[in-house]
Design a protein around this ligand. Structure first.
Ligand SMILES: [Zn+2]
Length: 66
């Protein structure tokens, strides 16, 4: 098991959040990030942009964490 991510500010364990939003053109954006429940500090892990155009699905993946 991998150790949980800890907050840079207070050392508390952070939890993983998956946020999904739909943009006006139908594109779906999913953001995965770690969030500290104490101070609200967040570290973005990756972002997926899903585009559906006439039945063709395009997925773009952006990895934020190094
Ligand atoms: Zn914190």
């Amino acid at each position: 098991m991998e150790a949980a991510m800890t907050c840079k500010r207070d050392g508390k364990p952070m939890y993983l959040v998956e946020e999904s939003e739909k943009m006006s053109d139908g594109t779906r954006r999913i953001t995965l990030y770690y969030k500290c429940p104490v101070c609200g500090y967040r570290v973005e892990l990756e972002q997926l942009v899903i585009n559906v155009d006439r039945g063709n699905i395009t997925v773009k993946r952006f990895i934020r964490l190094k």
